[in-house]
Design a protein around this ligand. Sequence first.
Ligand code: ATP
Ligand code: FE2
Length: 325
Amino acid sequence: MIVGIESTAHTFGVGVVSDGKILSNVRDGYTTESGGIIPMDAARHHVEVGERVWEESLEVAGVSESDVDGIAISQAPGLAPCLIEGMKFAKKKAKELGVCLIPVNHCVAHLEIGRITGAKDPVLLYASGANTQVIAYAAGRYRVFGETLDIGIGNFIDNFARYLGLGFPGGPKIMELALEGEYVELPYSIKGMDVAFSGLLTNLKQKKEKGLRVEDLSFSLQETAFAMLVEAAERALAHTGKKELVLGGGVGCNTRLQEMCRLMCEERGCKFFVPANEFLIDNGGMIAYLGEIMFDAGIFVEGDEIDELDIDSKQRTDMVEVEWK
Ligand code: ATP
Ligand code: FE2
C-alpha cells in the first residue's frame, strides 16, 4: 500500500494505491477570487490542510497508517515553497510510520497515470499549468518532441483570465464563457512541434481593450490555442508512427480540447484516451500510482537517507531516468 502526496503548486493532494488500484484521491486546491497564485500563500494553504487531507484519504481508502508500506512524494518540479512544505510533511510521516520515501517527478506522474486508460504505447499531449509538451517514451526516457517556447497553456489561459478579473484557476471559467462566443481571428504560432502563446496573450489583451466581447475572445482563444496543440500532437503521431494519443494535465479537463483531439485521432485512424478529470488536475492519486511502480522496481530511500532527500524545483521531464519500464 503506497500513499502519494502532491504539493508542487496549487494543490495539496493525498492518494492511496494498492496493486495499481487507486483506492482514494483526496485533494484540496488553493484558489483566488481575482488574483493569481502567490507561492507563499499556496504553501501556507498546504500546511493548513495537510493533516486533514491525509486523514480523509486514508479513511476513504479504508486503510490505517499501519497498512502503509511507503510514501511517494512529488519531489519535482514546481514552486519551491510548496515543494518544501510537501517534503516536510512526507518526511515527518515517513519517520513516524517507519516507512520509505519514493521521490516522484510530478510531470512523469501526469504521464504515467495515462496507463489507467489502457493505452499501450502512446504519444502524450501533456497540457497543464506550467507545461505544454508532446512526448513519447523511447529507450529509457520520455522524449520531448515539441513543447511551448514560452509559457505553458494553463498559465497562458490563467493569465488571460486574471486579466479579465476572473481569479485562479481560470481554465474552467474561460471554458464557460467560450460556450457563448463566436470566432474572431487570432495569431496562430507553431513551428514544427513547438508552440508559443505569449504573442497570442498580448493580442487577446489588446482586443479586450478595443472592446471585443470576452465570450468571443474566450471561444477564439480555445479554438486557436487548442488547434496548435492538436497540430503538434498530430505531427508527433505521424513522426513516430504511433497509433494512440493520451491527453494529460489539468487543461486536459477542457471538453473542447478533448473533442478536438478525438476528431483528429478519428481522422488519422488512431485511438484517443483521456483519464477522468480527477487524474488530470494535480492529485495525490497519480503520485501514489507512479510511486507504487517505482517502489516495486526498488526505487526509494529509507532510514538516514530520508533526511538527505531534497526538492528539485526545475527537473525536466526528459531528465528523469525511467528505470521502472
Ligand atoms: P504542471 O503540471 O505543469 O506543473 P500544474 O500542476 O499547475 O502545472 P495542473 O494541475 O495539471 O497544472 O493543471 C492546472 C491548470 O489546468 C490550470 O492552468 C487550470 O486553469 C487548467 N484547467 C483546469 N480545468 C480546465 C478547463 N476546463 N479548461 C482549461 N483549463 C483548465
Ligand atoms: Fe500538474
